[in-house]
Design a protein around this ligand. Sequence first.
Ligand code: DX5
Ligand code: ZN
Length: 217
Amino acid sequence: MIQVAPSLLAADFARLGEEVSMVNKSRASLIHIDVMDGMFVPNITIGFPVIKSISRIAEKPLDVHMMVCDPGRYVDQVREAGAEIMNVHWEACTHLDSVIRSIRSAGMKAAVTLNPATPVMLLRDVIRDLDMVLLMSVNPGFGGQNFIPNTVRKVRELRSLIAESGSEAVIEIDGGVNLETAPALIEAGADILVAGSYVFRASDPFKAISDLIDLSE
Ligand code: DX5
Ligand code: ZN
């Protein structure tokens, strides 16, 4: 069954506690948190003090998506903020193997994210060391963008790479996910769908999460 990770980027930050409580009660598997530095992407969002506060009330594991340059600098801070999964961009790491090792030795699950233009095959030599691969289905930086259809082909390619290599990595997709774009992703072999505006702009976010999961039944 498909898993859903609501992205808090689209939540109402003035009511962040209530939004996290809604996710706690929902069928979501993870809480996705987008950290941006204004350098790797042209936007700035939230940082460690906010993640720490969320982790105090969150009843689902935190999936922290680091859209920052040189994310290896922040492994300890991400762990101390309460993350279970640390997602780093392939494009932002000069020494990716070393970053993956430090995430795992800090006791977190290691995930690598690929931008839409970054080929799946570039993960061939690290795939066995990963707990998750996140494929961006929009260019990172903002919520509410349109889904890039080529992502479906990348999911299939990643599925084959994972199978051939014996990796246990799961496949997560982020950007433009909704009831129209999700079926092809599920069919292609995605495990986890991140959804921001689809969930938090819905009149009933709790039901929106459930509807997405029901697509795979
Ligand atoms: C975009 C972020 C996403 C974003 C997705 O850079 O990584 O997690 O919140 O938002 P939607 O689901 O609205 O595309
Ligand atoms: Zn994200």
